[in-house]
Design a protein around this ligand. Structure first.
Ligand SMILES: [Cu+2]
Length: 272
């Protein structure tokens, strides 16, 4: 008898680090992100790796400042990538689930240089929600390295998913969940911001498959759950009915960016 095994392979990818300024919901802010090709993409590129595969990634620093490429539990921060330099990493992941890559420099991660790696769930439709918050008036000082932590007076007005606000997020095919009744939909969620968020689903409950920090919530079947700072969570949604339902941060201050309803809201569009 023959048995067919899927041999592990290597995913090869390249990300660039850039800085840019943008006005989102009326708020001007400095950003740094990891993105593909040599175009600046507002969202940090999400990466999916099949279960058991490894990742061979090249990071090219187009920014004027030094960065690193950090993945908690996988890759330590001690790998400076100087301005104009290129670094290569070959990485393997011990378990399926959601991971976060980021630049550990304050002028990197506090300005959203932080993205999602999802390992596994190869045969399902996958979506990515990268939560972020920031106070627009702090970003100039952070960008120049004049402050390197969030002050106690933190008063964010910028709340986004994939660096996009509602309703703009509806045109982001990675963040706007589209599926059918009975589908198994996987959503990878990280909190790249500076405060805890609490996601509330209308219409459905989701099963929490993986949570790296708040891991007592694994196995919960809930419509609301915490996403603390630096968290990485994977949830499974199997819609039992058709409809269009919002998902938003339950802290209502964060659904006002650009006017209500705005900010940290996305949507589930489920067809029969
Ligand atoms: Cu609600």
């Amino acid at each position: 008898m023959w048995s067919l095994n899927v041999l592990p392979s290597t995913l090869i990818d390249t990300l660039y680090i850039s800085n840019y300024v943008d006005t989102i919901g009326g708020y001007f802010a400095h950003y740094r992100t990891f993105h593909r090709i040599d175009t600046i993409d507002k969202a940090n590129t999400e990466i999916h790796i099949n279960e058991n595969d490894s990742l061979q990634i090249t990071i090219i620093n187009l920014d004027s400042l030094t960065h690193d490429f950090t993945i908690d539990g996988v890759l330590d921060s001690n790998n400076n990538i100087y301005s104009g330099d290129t670094a290569n990493f070959t990485l393997s992941f011990s378990s399926i689930g959601s991971y976060r890559y980021y630049s550990s420099y304050a002028y990197g991660k506090l300005l959203s240089a932080s993205g999602i790696i999802l390992v596994g769930y190869d045969n399902y439709k996958k979506f990515y929600w990268n939560l972020f918050d920031q106070q627009s008036t702090l970003t100039d000082s952070i960008a120049h390295g004049w402050i390197d932590s969030i002050p106690p007076s933190y008063h964010p007005e910028l709340f986004s998913i994939n660096n996009s606000i509602y309703p703009d997020i509806l045109s982001d095919s990675t963040g706007h969940v589209v599926g059918n009744v009975g589908d198994t939909l996987i959503i990878a969620i990280i909190n790249s911001g500076n405060m805890a968020h609490s996601l509330h689903f209308h219409g459905y409950h989701v099963k929490i498959l993986d949570a790296k920090i708040n891991n007592h919530i694994v196995g919960w079947d809930k419509d609301t759950f915490p996403v603390v700072m630096n968290e990485r969570i994977t949830v499974m949604l199997i819609p039992d009915k058709e409809g269009m339902y919002p998902v938003h941060d339950h802290n209502l201050i964060s659904v006002n960016t650009g006017g209500y309803p705005g900010g940290m809201i996305t949507s589930l569009m489920i067809s029969p």
